[in-house]
Design a protein around this ligand. Structure first.
Ligand SMILES: Nc1ncnc2c1ncn2[C@@H]1O[C@H](COP(=O)(O)OP(=O)(O)O)[C@@H](O)[C@H]1O
Ligand SMILES: [Mg+2]
Length: 416
């Protein structure tokens, strides 16, 4: 047999650079069409050059509008310019989602060696706070805290979860610090209580979506030197830009599409990257995202989603939450899981709504009060296929489903 890896290695030879430079971890040297935002943010942080504390800043904008990259780009230049007098701690609140874990991260950020690290649990909050203040004082540096995806922190812990971190910035007995909060959720601060909001939102920056032309420039810039001359068809790039623009001006989407399209051309030993590969890339990306978002759901959300699918299959749509709950209990019984209370299930339906897998609306049922109606946001067949791929659900056969199913089967028999 000829070695199969040799072919993979060769590919089509259209690639000159490294495709991973289009991935999310790569920070480009330039950010076309973010000049305005860069200069605004630099102006706001500029007081640090005069040793004055800058205001806290909130950065808003839809996903993929360059908030994270622009902020990191600006603070990188800031640390260079301030020659070590400013320490920047970047914290992703999707990972560090409590003020406890954030404070520990900050304290350990000031550790000079592993031995100085404080343990991840066991210390009370006020001790961690005091230790952080002590270490900041000792370092004599200004601390700039970037809380990316800050909405995740508040979603979990409410306004209170920002309290201690804001206190750090306001505490006159503590050395100076400021916060940059970043969020995709433009109505995020509305959920905060007024005191927290006004302290966090001293300045705000809104990142507008990129339009198709801007995305084209970004793609051209990011693919410069990546491929052999003439390989990347302009129409392919235009299509990626158009799709990214339609998805609320999302540069990440446009870049992902192009990266996958190029990858497909390389693997299929094509000479060019055309619209055809972009369309395959789009299909692949959508399937991947859907599968991934299902995979990452907690067990009972998976069961609940499966119940939404089968309940919708059974009859009228949109579907009533009561029926979904009933089928959820039946599926739990069939698979041998203890079902959760209807209240918990109500909360989990809201979470599924947030992930975009279902959509729900409240409808008045006249004198019966109000009820929530649920509709699947994705193709039910596809959802079911991915759900049943999960080990925890794979033995599902629908043996204990509600009366509608039996009714439907009876119906079919009588007509057949
Ligand atoms: N103006 C730009 N120029 C080049 N690449 C960009 C630009 N804006 C965004 N990107 C790229 O798009 C992707 C998404 O940007 P990111 O900053 O993570 O967006 P957000 O944080 O707003 O979701 C990243 O890979 C980033 O490098
Ligand atoms: Mg981001």
């Amino acid at each position: 047999m000829t070695n199969p890896f040799i072919n993979i290695n060769e590919g089509s030879g259209i690639l000159v650079g490294n495709l991973s430079s289009l991935g999310g971890a790569f920070i480009p040297d330039n950010l076309p069409h973010r000049e305005e935002e860069i200069s605004q943010m630099s102006r706001l942080l500029g007081s640090l050059m005069r040793n004055t504390r800058p205001s806290n800043i909130m950065v808003y904008g839809r996903t993929g509008t360059g908030k994270t990259s622009t902020t990191r780009y600006v603070v990188k230049m800031l640390t260079e310019a301030t020659r070590g007098s400013v320490m920047v701690s970047y914290i992703n609140c999707q990972i560090y989602d409590s003020q406890y874990s954030i404070l520990i991260t900050l304290v350990n950020f000031f550790s000079r060696s592993e031995e100085e690290h404080i343990p991840l649990s066991g210390w009370p909050m006020d001790r961690i706070y005091a230790e952080l203040v002590r270490r900041m004082q000792e370092s004599g540096k200004f601390l700039l805290i970037i809380l990316d995806e800050i909405d995740k922190l508040v979603a979990k812990g409410g306004s209170d979860s920002l309290y201690v971190i804001l206190k750090l910035a306001d505490d006159t007995s503590a050395p100076c610090s400021s916060i940059i909060g970043i969020t995709n959720n433009t109505s995020f601060t509305e959920s905060l209580d007024a005191r927290v909001r006004s302290r966090l939102n001293q300045e705000s920056l809104l990142f507008p979506p990129y339009d198709a032309n801007e995305l084209k420039d970004i793609l051209a810039y990011r693919t410069n030197g990546l491929l052999k001359e003439g390989v990347l068809e302009e129409s392919a790039m235009n299509l990626c830009a158009a799709i990214g623009a339609r998805e609320h001006g999302d540069a990440r989407k446009a870049l992902d599409l192009l990266r996958i399209a190029i990858d497909i051309s390389v693997r299929d030993s094509k000479e060019k990257v055309t619209e055809v590969e972009v369309i395959s890339a789009r299909d692949r990306l959508e399937v991947d995202i859907l599968r991934e978002s299902i995979r990452s759901l907690p067990l009972h959300s998976k069961i609940l989603l499966l119940s939404c699918v089968v309940t919708q299959e059974m009859g009228q749509r949109p579907t009533l939450t009561g029926e979904i709950f009933e089928n959820y209990c039946n599926i739990c019984a069939e698979l041998g899981y203890q079902s959760l209370s209807s209240r918990r299930i109500g909360d989990m339906l809201s979470d599924l709504d947030d992930t975009g897998l279902i959509s729900s609306k409240i409808q008045s049922m006249g004198r019966y009060g109000r009820s929530r109606l649920i509709q699947l946001a994705e193709n039910g067949e596809l959802l079911k296929k991915y759900l049943l791929e999960e080990d925890a659900l794979s033995s599902f056969r629908g043996r204990k489903l509600g009366r509608q199913v039996r009714f439907k089967i009876g119906d079919e028999e009588s007509t057949g």
